[in-house]
Design a protein around this ligand. Sequence first.
Ligand code: TMP
Length: 203
Amino acid sequence: MSGRGRFVTFEGIDGAGKSSHVEWFAERLRERGRTVVVTREPGGTELAEAVRDWVLNRPMSMRVEALLVFAARQDHLDRVIRPALAAGTWVVCDRFTDSTVAYQGGGRGMPADDIALLERWVHPDLQPDRTYLFDLDPAEAARRRQAARAADRFEAQDEAFFGRVRGAYRARAAESPERFRRIDGARTIDSIRAELEEDLATL
Ligand code: TMP
């Protein structure tokens, strides 16, 4: 395929179910003849994966958290995302800057202008072509998380935190309705996949 690849991101509160669809979605794209890279944030490079370990597990201030996720993002963009897109490869990424807006902004209370400044600094010219926002009631997401592994610094937050994260996601989605697709995380895996498959045909 010639031309720039497309950049697709998956977002949502912890427990909303997005991660179980990322690989599946990439496979559907490959079936359609696309070359696809699957990656995640924070992460996707050696440096960014090391940052992920710190951000998820070590105490730090809200500002340090935001600076570290953007430092990881810069490395990820430089080494993986931009080169792939330039080569015509599609990039499917589990979380991106919308997570910073939702978690550091909505969840932790960092001013939106500060996050916007970092966003303009790190990727003034790039946004995902499509973002699937998995939306789920925080109480249901908490029940799902309890069945999973030990909680990291974010997963250990209370329902009020995830209520704010969800609110910030929804506000961000309302600002860019052409980019976002809201996925109801309470639906069955099969019906979610049918919806994703229908939408990917439009990309
Ligand atoms: P994951 O568990 O979906 O891989 O995400 C890792 C955690 O990192 C998740 O709880 C959200 C958080 N996070 C932020 O707080 N800010 C960010 O910018 C990103 C990318 C993730």
